[in-house]
Design a protein around this ligand. Structure first.
Ligand SMILES: [Zn+2]
Length: 83
């Protein structure tokens, strides 16, 4: 049985694909019943795409940029370019 805190704590591991199949299926079943966690996982998955794109100097979709800025605000740990 997992709750939201457990699930979110496993988020990075899940995205890094360093998780066993069993653990992944536990996360999946939680996400199916929990829109809040699903949204958080979706967001972080998208964020990774953005960071990867930024490293290659690709253009980011405006909608995604806006979403990230909205979530992180002035968080100094995450630099979001507006160019
Ligand atoms: Zn949850």
């Amino acid at each position: 049985m997992t709750d939201c805190n457990d699930t979110l704590r496993e988020l990075q591991t899940f995205l890094d694909r360093e998780m066993s199949e069993t653990a992944r299926s536990v996360i999946h079943s939680h996400l199916e019943g929990c829109p809040d966690c699903l949204e958080a996982f979706d967001f972080h998955a998208e964020l990774r795409v953005v960071i990867a794109a930024k490293c290659r100097n690709d253009e980011m979709p405006e909608s995604l940029l806006a979403k990230i800025k909205q979530c992180f605000g002035e968080d100094p740990e995450v630099e979001v370019s507006t160019h």
